[in-house]
Every structure is written in structure tokens, then in C-alpha cells.
Design a protein around this ligand. Structure first.
Ligand code: WQD
Length: 365
């Protein structure tokens, strides 16, 4: 039976349907599995672990008590992707995280990004239509705005040219979904534009495991603080900002995860075929402010060097998140200090808990 009805305090609550989470072993995917389970959803994951680690599902199980089934499938292979849906006829929704997302790598290897990020999306949309899956949530990104003329950006802020092939795959992905929904009204979709997801689950049972040297700011900070990196670089302090370093909207990964649960809940009630939401706190912090916050929270003095600007960086971007607050009923709960604290606790756990990720860390170095 796909829907399980549970009577709770006299109210009838539908334990929601079964959801396919692609990239469920990844950073945001694993945190979303936890949030969905805690909100009554049944979940399965599809992740070929090319950029993630199956061990993270042990952490999901420790937090929720649920052992999540993962299909080790390359979503660029249509037949293998289709087989997931044939085996799970009770699927009612898809949350699509699985994609490459390193801005710099996408500049060096654009074809790999277009092939992987677009073919996987096309296959999933074909399956959603063929198997009549009504709900589709797409992992989009603030990179779709390019270098915005005005900040904060709203969902109506016009796109500027993407700063990287990665950002372009997200712009194209949103367009492909819009055209698909228009032709196939049996599917409805929500596009979630993440700003800068950081931090880790408060339990420190799951978190981010960068592949190789981290490109993103917060893992670079925590790996430098714990000694995995000898020093990190601050890419530029000559920008037209309050302290010369770039401004971003850092948002806790658990807040991002919860927005996915709210998106699925909304789609089951609304008749909107397509909607889009910014997922940011609405606050912009500079790189140096983030470093200062980390030092305060961790008690560590960070070894960093001011270096030249990183190509492709936008000067400043942060979200107007009114729409997500008003329509999704979403409210970011974690502060910048919480983000730094949980990121640091996860890094410490990674170092201590060798048997959990020892093999993984060996493979990463
Ligand atoms: C933030 C700031 C760097 C590392 C990311 C993801 C992208 C998308 C949006 C989801 C910049 C500076 C960084 C370092 C530094 N996320 N920095 N030293 O570039 O905003 O993009 O969020 O879709 O996938 O890449 O994030 O963390 O790389 O950089 O000074 O060692 O930190 O120059 O100003 P970015 P980031």
C-alpha cells in the first residue's frame, strides 16, 4: 500500500509517499533523507557513489533508525534508471540532487558537466512522465543568477550569463523542466535555488566529505583548522565590499534539507505546476567575517594567506527569501555561528572516527 494512514491525536495524517532521492549519499542529499524520514516519508536513494560515500547512510541510520536502500546506478544510463522505477511502482516523488557541482572543474571539463548533469536530468524526467510520478523537486543554485546587478536577488531577478558551465547546467536544467512541465501537466515541479550550503547535522553523524582538496570555503576552513591543510587562501581582499572579500549567503544544510520536505508537502496541496524558491538566509557575510566567526566558535586561529582573486567569483550575492518564508512556510533556524560549530564538530568527528571513514579518507588523499 503506497499511502499509510496514521491517526495522530485524532487527526488523520497521511504518512507521505515514497520518494526517490538521487544523490542521497551526498552532502545535501543525506541531510534531506534524514529530514524526510523524520517527517514521515519513505525514501530510497540512487547514487553511483562517484562523488559520494555509501558509508554516509550508516550515519542516516544512526540518526533515524532507518536503513535507506541505495541503488548504485549511473543516471545517465536510461535503462538502469528506468529499472529503479519498475522496481518501485509506489514512487510518488523525485528529489534530484545528483550532479557535478565544482565550478572550477566545470570550466576545465565542460563536456563532462553538460553530459552528466543534463543526461541524468533528461532520463529522470522521461521516467517521471513514463511512470506518472507527480512530484519533481530540482536542486538548483544561486549560480543561475550569474553576477547580479542588484542584491538581494529575488526569484524574479533576471538571469545574467552563467559564470561557469556548472551554473549553465543549472540554468538549462530549469529551462528543460519548465518546457517538460508545460508539455506534461501530470508532473508538477519545484526548483530550489540554494545559496551556499554549509555546516553539518548537529549529531555529527553526517556531514560534507569533499573529494580531494576542498574548493569551497567552509571545508577549506575546517580542514586547515584540523591540520589536513597547512594553510588556506583567501581569494582576494580587493573587492568593493566592506572588508574587500566576497560576500555570500551561507545557509545551514539542515535548513536546506527541510525546505525539500516543505516543497513536497506544498506540491501535494497546491495546484501550481511549477514554482521556484530562493534558499538563503537573506544575510550576506564576507569571507573574512566567516573566518572570524569560525575562529570565535572553534577557539582556533586559522592559518590563511590573502591571495589573488579566483576567476569566476561573483563579488556579492545573497537572497531575498520572502517567497520561501511566505509560501513554503520555511524559516532558516541556524545562525552563522551554528554553521561554523556544526562544520567544525563534523571535521573533528571525521578525524577521530577512522573506522567510519578511514578507507574513504585514504581514498581521498
Ligand atoms: C565562497 C567564497 C571564494 C575557498 C558555491 C558552490 C556552488 C554553488 C554556490 C550550490 C568565494 C572564497 C573559497 C577558499 C576562499 N552551490 N573562498 N578560499 O563559489 O559561492 O559557490 O556555492 O549549488 O556549487 O561552488 O562557494 O565556497 O567556493 O566560495 O577565499 O579556499 O569563498 O573566493 O568568494 P561559491 P565557495
Amino acid at each position: 500500500m503506497s499511502d499509510i494512514f496514521v491517526f495522530f491525536a485524532g487527526f488523520q495524517t497521511v504518512i507521505m509517499n515514497k520518494i526517490l532521492v538521487t544523490g542521497g549519499c551526498g552532502f545535501i542529499g543525506s541531510h534531506t533523507l534524514v529530514d524526510l524520514i523524520e517527517n514521515g516519508y519513505q525514501v530510497i536513494s540512487a547514487d553511483n557513489n562517484s562523488r559520494s560515500h555509501i558509508q554516509i547512510l550508516n550515519g542516516v541510520e544512526k540518526i533515524t533508525g532507518v536503513k535507506v536502500k541505495n541503488y548504485v546506478v549511473d543516471l545517465c544510463n536510461f535503462d538502469d534508471t528506468c529499472a529503479i522505477f519498475q522496481e518501485n511502482p509506489d514512487l510518488k516523488g523525485i528529489i534530484h540532487f545528483a550532479a557535478y557541482k565544482a565550478v572550477g572543474e566545470s570550466v576545465e571539463n565542460p563536456l563532462m558537466y553538460y553530459e552528466n548533469n543534463l543526461n541524468s536530468l533528461l532520463n529522470l524526467l522521461r521516467c517521471a512522465n513514463d511512470f506518472k510520478i507527480p512530484h519533481f523537486v530540482f536542486s538548483s543554485s544561486c549560480t543561475v543568477y550569474g553576477n547580479p546587478d542588484e542584491i538581494p536577488v529575488t526569484e524574479k531577478t533576471p538571469f545574467k550569463p552563467a559564470e561557469s558551465p556548472y551554473g549553465n547546467t543549472k540554468q538549462m536544467g530549469e529551462e528543460i523542466i519548465q518546457h517538460t512541465i508545460h508539455a506534461h501537466p501530470n508532473i508538477n515541479a519545484i526548483l530550489l535555488r540554494y545559496f551556499n550550503p554549509v555546516g553539518a547535522h548537529p549529531s555529527a553523524e553526517i556531514g560534507e566529505i569533499p573529494i580531494g582538496k576542498p574548493a569551497n570555503l567552509v571545508p577549506a576552513i575546517t580542514q586547515t583548522a584540523i591540520g589536513k591543510l597547512s594553510q588556506m587562501k583567501v581569494w582576494g581582499n580587493d573587492y568593493p565590499t566592506r572588508d574587500g572579500s566576497c560576500i555570500r549567503d551561507y545557509i545551514h544544510v539542515c535548513d536546506i534539507a527541510h525546505a525539500h520536505t516543505l516543497a513536497l508537502n506544498l506540491m501535494q496541496q497546491s495546484r501550481n505546476s511549477l514554482d521556484v524558491f530562493n534558499l538563503g538566509t537573506g544575510n550576506g557575510y564576507t569571507v573574512l567575517e566567516v573566518i572570524n566567526s569560525f575562529e570565535k566558535v572553534s577557539g582556533k586561529k586559522l592559518n590563511y594567506q590573502i591571495s589573488s582573486r579566483r576567476p569566476g567569483d561573483v563579488v556579492a550575492i545573497y537572497a531575498n527569501n520572502d517567497k520561501a518564508k511566505n509560501i513554503l512556510q520555511w524559516e532558516p533556524r541556524y545562525s552563522l555561528e551554528d554553521m561554523m560549530k556544526t562544520a567544525w564538530e563534523w571535521e573533528v568527528k571525521l578525524k577521530e572516527d577512522d573506522n567510519l571513514f578511514g578507507a574513504v579518507k585514504a581514498a581521498l588523499n
